[in-house]
Design a protein around this ligand. Sequence first.
Ligand SMILES: Nc1ncnc2c1ncn2[C@@H]1O[C@H](COP(=O)(O)OP(=O)(O)O)[C@@H](O)[C@H]1O
Ligand SMILES: [Mg+2]
Length: 229
Amino acid sequence: MIRKKTKIFFVCGTDTGVGKTFVTGALIASLNKMGIRAGGFKPLESGCRKHQRHLRRADSLFLKKMGKMPEPLDLINPYYFEEALAPGVAAERKKTKISFELITKKLEELKKKYNCLFVEGAGGLLVPLSGKKTNLDLIKKLKTPVILVARLGLGTLNHTLLTLDHLKRNHVSVIGVILNQTTPSKTVAEKTNPAVLKKRGAPILGIVPYQGKPENIRPISKQLVLGRL
Ligand SMILES: Nc1ncnc2c1ncn2[C@@H]1O[C@H](COP(=O)(O)OP(=O)(O)O)[C@@H](O)[C@H]1O
Ligand SMILES: [Mg+2]
């Protein structure tokens, strides 16, 4: 049954390649396994490779697959670009206008069918999306709390604390940080990241371990999924 008020979360990364899609997919799959109808929304995807004369929207397709979402891909992903650039830059080069109104409308449409929706942002918080507008402006427009995904490793302390600080200054509600292990190796930085971040007040939701290929994705722990969401 679809609950009256759909919970919507914005999954923001500390950077590109930190595992937003992977973690979002895992969250969606885990919630569905628990009987909560969850889906994904990727308003802007760039870096779509040409595949048989079409552009392959890998992230959007992955979210659709993980949520077993029957909706057309254009509803799950209204804007996509071939160039691996910030969506705002890719759009300018293609002379495409990105409308936050249209994005909001598509999300409203998706909302009717889900208990829980995860909006995957593009890259980090201040990535340009449209003119001077960034992911932060989209978060404010959609009025969604943020789940921050950070990659375990060297450099993550600065990226994570800067992003949290900027969200706080802009009065955006933060559900917490998911630390994601994107490689099999475990360096000292990776081992020490969680405790150091906690000590500095970062609300750590949990750690997603390295899981090999996305096809082998394991459900995220019940505690992490149901605890704070
Ligand atoms: N926990 C993980 N275990 C294994 N591979 C991962 C994990 N997290 C991310 N990856 C891999 O790292 C790469 C970047 O992750 P992705 O989710 O695409 O990042 P983003 O969406 O932030 O750009 C992908 O190839 C993905 O499959
Ligand atoms: Mg992604």
